[in-house]
Design a protein around this ligand. Sequence first.
Ligand code: 13P
Ligand code: SF4
Length: 364
Amino acid sequence: MSQSAFAIEQFSDLESSSCEEKIRQIKHAMGNRLVVLGHHYQRDEVFQHADITGDSLKLSRLASATDAEYIVFCGVHFMAEVADILSSPGQTVILPDMAAGCAMADMANLVNVERCWKELGQVLNPDERVTPVTYINSAADLKAFCGRHGGIVCTSTNARDILQWSFDRREKVLFFPDQHLGRNTAYRMGIPLEQMVVWDFNLPMGGLTPQQIKDARLILWKGHCSVHQMFKPEQADRFREKYPNGKVIAHPECSFEVCQTADEVGSTEYIIETIRRSPRGSQWLVGTELNLVNRLREQFKEEGKEIFFMSPMICMCSTMFRIDPQHLLWALENLLHDHPVNRIRVPEGIASEARLSLERMFSV
Ligand code: 13P
Ligand code: SF4
């Protein structure tokens, strides 16, 4: 690990407001040597500094299009890995806080996925009959696994097209780590629930019988996002009682029941665009991360749109929240002194196979 010219401790006690001006000054001084990317779930104090904002698909596309020397990713670890995989050799990707991971991504790891592949091999030949599909919310070595085994990456925006691509090649799909995105997407494509099974990575053979594996079209990894798991269909029922003309919109990481009751289901970018295009005075119940919902509420209140958060509990993505103005300033101050800290570097052996599965995704 590189020694930092400035230690994080020098920044930890700063008020967020005093970080703000300094961040602006450094960004101005570095000009187009630096690009700051921000995911929609970032808190406002960080999000305001992003040059490019978006969902996972948009950010991964744009990360590969920028020619800035430094890409500072205000998001989570897997996003910064994708940026590194797609960036050019002279570019450096920085994640301001290395603890900004994704709890869902951590629910699948290479050991478990390789064991699953091997165990599937006791029933059928997975390399001929199963396309592995990894949600972009996964570690680079799982994207590499998909690259090696004829598989592909998907995001919440393109999951349907990617599943179609996968079924066009092989009769079955192994989808990880998010069972909900897989189930919600496949069901909307007309695949019945009876043709889907859940692979429990803690159990031998995923807890399935050989017959269940043979009969299934979709094998869903037993992973989920704890933030999106908090939303319940009853919350939509209560909203509709109060606002009979209101609409419900949910991220596809929500449960099957929530997505079934929602009027609209889509990625963070889709949620924003759908609300933007809705008529003045619309009322929306939104099932996704709190920072984004709060921002939408502020953004559209002048148009008389009323935006409500789906859960009565506060459910924020705590790992996205790790990126605070203090860490951002710390990372930028070090960059200004040509001393990159928290660099994300995917080893080339993994990156080249992961790139394969990402390029397949971009080609769909
Ligand atoms: P999006 O691609 O919709 O931005 O989703 C990313 C994510 O992590 C949602 O929890
Ligand atoms: Fe991961 Fe869930 Fe946070 Fe998205 S909201 S980054 S899936 S933990």
